[in-house]
Design a protein around this ligand. Structure first.
Ligand SMILES: [Mg+2]
Length: 208
């Protein structure tokens, strides 16, 4: 990626299952997610939380595009951010049910959506609410972080930027080695310092 492109990410869209979480939520009920220790669900809640708080501080929009269930996603985010202000706006959590409601189609929560609908459909839905406010994004300003090669391929086809997690995440779920050694710094890091870490991170992992 050349230098001119590095800092143009304006929206980061996270996949949920296997990306934010270590376990796939299709196998569990909401109760499980409430009772289970957070560290057994999310690979590194502190890194994930601080990373997203910093991205938010830098004015980067945050979203989640998932084939999973909204109440499970929301309950996990509540636990990750605890008393911090959750930087994920409710309107930015896109699931099949959200799209079904907006498009007035029958597409329930589940893991086998019709081929017409995929992660790109979800990202477009996410961006459409900004369009209503007159805010637009170039596709290359949108970054999908996902542990599915298929989802990344869809993002690539639509010229979104993407990070395919498999290969550098530990124990399935977001824990990039690139951020491993800055974990402690997150506690006192300045905005400028974070900006340069983020740039390096994109430089290393983001693809077109
Ligand atoms: Mg996934």
């Amino acid at each position: 990626m050349d230098a001119a492109n590095r800092q143009e990410i304006k929206m980061v869209v996270w996949d949920f299952d296997g990306t934010i979480t270590k376990k796939h939520s299709c196998f569990f009920q909401k109760d499980f997610y409430i009772e289970e220790k957070l560290s057994s669900i999310v690979a590194d809640p502190l890194v994930f939380r601080n990373l997203n708080l910093y991205l938010n501080k830098m004015g980067i929009q945050l979203g989640i595009a998932s084939f999973g269930k909204r109440d499970i996603i929301t309950s996990i985010l509540d636990r990750i951010f605890e008393r911090e202000k959750n930087p994920f706006l409710p309107k930015n959590i896109i699931t099949p049910k959200v799209i079904a409601k907006r498009d007035d189609i029958r597409w329930e929560e589940g893991f086998e959506p019709p081929p017409r609908y995929n992660k790109v459909t979800m990202i477009q839905h996410l961006l459409s609410s900004y369009l209503d406010e007159g805010i637009t994004f170039d596709n290359k300003e949108v970054l999908l972080i996902d542990d599915s090669l298929v989802n990344c391929a869809h993002a690539k086809d639509s010229a979104y930027r993407y990070i395919f997690l498999q290969g550098f995440n530990r124990d399935h779920g977001f824990n990039p080695l690139a951020l491993e050694n800055v974990k402690e710094m997150f506690k006192s890091i300045s905005k400028d310092e974070f900006a340069s870490i983020w740039t390096k991170f994109l430089d290393t992992y983001a693809q077109f």
